[in-house]
Design a binder for this molecule. Structure first.
Ligand SMILES: *Cc1c(COP(=O)(O)O)cnc(C)c1O
Length: 400
C-alpha cells in the first residue's frame, strides 16, 4: 500500500487537489462536460478499446522497447540507465499516443472536424497523422512567425492533408494560434472538437491525454520488471505541459520506493529571465482554463518563456503535476540549455541514439545523477522523441 491516496484522480469536477477544474465561461463548460461524458462512455466500449489497441500495436509500433544504455552507464560510472524508446514510435515521439486517442474519440463522437493549434509543429504533425489515418478533417492554426521557422513540419502537415491556417494577428506565434483555433472551435462546438496537445487545459483534457499516454508507463513497468526483476530506483521525464511525464509516471505513482523526477528547462539559467521552469520558479495561478503552477509577470500576464527545446517552452504545467509537486510525490528538477546540448551529443556519440532536445533534458538529469548512485541502482528515462528535427539546429549551434 502506498502512503499516498490517489483515487479518484481527478475528482468529478476535474480537480487534482486544488488544481485543474474548468476555469472557463459557462457555455464552454457545458461543451466540456459533454466531451467528458462521451469520453467516459466511449473509453469503456470494447470496439473502441480494441481499435485503439490495434492501432498502438500495428500503426505506432507498440510496445516501444526499453533499452539498457550500457556504454552511457559505464562512462558515467554509477547507476545503470535504461531508456524507454518513445523515439521509435511512428512519427518519432510520444505525441502520437494521445493524438490517435483524440482522433478516434472524435470519430466515435461523430465530429466533423478536429481543430488544434501548434507552436513548433510537433503536435500539428502528430494530429494531422492521426486524422489522416482515422479519416477525419483536421484544421491546424499556426502563427505566421512559427510557419516561417518550422519549414519541415509545415510541409509535413500539408502533405498529410490538414488545413493549415496561418495566424497573423498579435505576435503571430503560439498564443495567437490558440486564440484563433479557439475562435474557430466556438463557431460550432457541437460538430467540432478541439484536440489539446498535452495534459493541460480545462477538464477533461488533462485526464484524457494522461489516460491515452499512460500506455508508456504500463509497458515500461512490466518491461523493466522482466529485465531486472525489480522496479527502477528513479524514473525521469522532461516536462513541458507534462504529457510524456504523466504517461510514464502514472504506472509508478503508488510505488513509494520509485523516485519520480520531472525535468524542466532552465534555459540560460534559473537566475535569468530566459527559462521555462514553471515548477521551480512559478506559483499557483490560472492559465488556459485550468488552475496550475504558472510563470507570470508582475501584471499577471504569462511570462515570455524560453527553452532550447521548443516543445518545453510553456508558462504553465498540467494540473496533476502541480498537485503531485505539492504532495511531494514527484520531484521537479531542471536542466539548462547547455546541459541539454551536452546530453544530446553524449547520447548520440555513446549510444548512437539522437534524442529530441526536449528528451535531452531528462537525459541531462540522469547524467548528473547517475554518478552519485551505485551500480546496483537504476534510472529509467522516458526518451520522449527522436532528434532528427533538431539536428540542423544543433549542428549549426555547435559548428559541426
Ligand atoms: C512536445 C514534446 C514534449 C513536451 O510535451 P509534454 O506534454 O511535456 O510531454 C517532450 N518531448 C517531445 C519529443 C515532444 O515532441
Amino acid at each position: 500500500m502506498s502512503k499516498f491516496d490517489f483515487s479518484p484522480m481527478p475528482d468529478a469536477n476535474g480537480y487534482f487537489g486544488e488544481y485543474g477544474g474548468q476555469q472557463i465561461p459557462p457555455e464552454l463548460k457545458a461543451v466540456m462536460d459533454e466531451i467528458n461524458q462521451a469520453y467516459e462512455e466511449i473509453r469503456q466500449m470494447p470496439e473502441f478499446k480494441q481499435e485503439l489497441a490495434d492501432l498502438f500495436a500495428d500503426y505506432v509500433g507498440r510496445p516501444s522497447p526499453i533499452f539498457y544504455a550500457r556504454r552511457l552507464s559505464e562512462k558515467l560510472g554509477g547507476a545503470r540507465i535504461y531508456l524507454k524508446r518513445e523515439d521509435l514510435n511512428h512519427t518519432g515521439a510520444h505525441k502520437i499516443n494521445h493524438c490517435l486517442g483524440e482522433a478516434l474519440l472524435a470519430k466515435y463522437m461523430g465530429k466533423t472536424k478536429v481543430i488544434a493549434e501548434t507552436g513548433a509543429g510537433q503536435h500539428g504533425v502528430a494530429l494531422a497523422t492521426a486524422c489522416a489515418l482515422v479519416g477525419i478533417p483536421c484544421e491546424i492554426h499556426m502563427g505566421q512567425v512559427d510557419i516561417e521557422k518550422e519549414h519541415p513540419n509545415v510541409v509535413k502537415m500539408k502533405i498529410l492533408g490538414c488545413d493549415l491556417i496561418p495566424v497573423t494577428r498579435g505576435t503571430a506565434t503560439l498564443k495567437d494560434a490558440v486564440d484563433s483555433a479557439f475562435d474557430e472551435y466556438l463557431k460550432d462546438p457541437q460538430n467540432f472538437i478541439y484536440a489539446i496537445g498535452s495534459v493541460v487545459g480545462p477538464h477533461p483534457f488533462p485526464k484524457m491525454v494522461r489516460d491515452f499516454q499512460s500506455i508508456i508507463g504500463t509497458e515500461a513497468r512490466r518491461q523493466f520488471q522482466e529485465r531486472e526483476g525489480k522496479l527502477p530506483d528513479y524514473v525521469t521525464a522532461c516536462v513541458g505541459g507534462g504529457s510524456n511525464a504523466m504517461g510514464m509516471f502514472t504506472a509508478f505513482l503508488e510505488d513509494d520506493n520509485v523516485g519520480l523526477v520531472g525535468v524542466e528547462p532552465a534555459g540560460l539559467g534559473l537566475d535569468t529571465q530566459k527559462h521555462s521552469a514553471t515548477m521551480s520558479l512559478g506559483h499557483p495561478g490560472e492559465l488556459h482554463g485550468m488552475k496550475c503552477y504558472v510563470l507570470e509577470q508582475a501584471d499577471g500576464t504569462p511570462m515570455p518563456v524560453h527553452s532550447i527545446a521548443s516543445g518545453l517552452d510553456y508558462p504553465g504545467v498540467g494540473p496533476q503535476h502541480s498537485y503531485l509537486k505539492d504532495l511531494g510525490r514527484v520531484q521537479y528538477a531542471s536542466a539548462t540549455d547547455q546541459e541539454c546540448l551536452d546530453a544530446f551529443m553524449t547520447l548520440s556519440r555513446v549510444e548512437g541514439i539522437i534524442p529530441a532536445l526536449e528528451s535531452s533534458h531528462a537525459v541531462a538529469w540522469a547524467m548528473r545523477t547517475a554518478p552519485t548512485l551505485s551500480r546496483d541502482q537504476t534510472i529509467l528515462i522516458n526518451l520522449s522523441g527522436r532528434g532528427d528535427k533538431d539536428s540542423d539546429y544543433v549542428a549549426e549551434k555547435l559548428g559541426l
